[in-house]
Design a binder for this molecule. Sequence first.
Ligand SMILES: [Zn+2]
Length: 109
Amino acid sequence: MGRKLTKEEKEIERAEREAEREAREAERAEARREKRLARLKKHAVDCPHCGKSVLDHMTKCPYCEGKLEPVGYKPMDPEKMKKIKFVTTIVGIVAAVVFIVLFIVFNKK
Ligand SMILES: [Zn+2]
């Protein structure tokens, strides 16, 4: 059956394919949205002060400004913070020294 499709039929076919693709994309977008929502829900807790739904990593309720205890997250203790700052500074200095040395070595020629 080698019946040629008329221009109109081709047009319809194309439109159908387009609609199909759009539907698939919408489906995917919906799935993504739901996934995100589920993730948000998993992290939603009730504020102990006002009872509104807040996220479990928040340290302050956005509704009543009440202090929250973040779940699975501990505020960095100052000692650790100092250590990290110290290490970062050292790494920065070493990187700078290495850079300067390399600069001198390559400029000697
Ligand atoms: Zn609150």
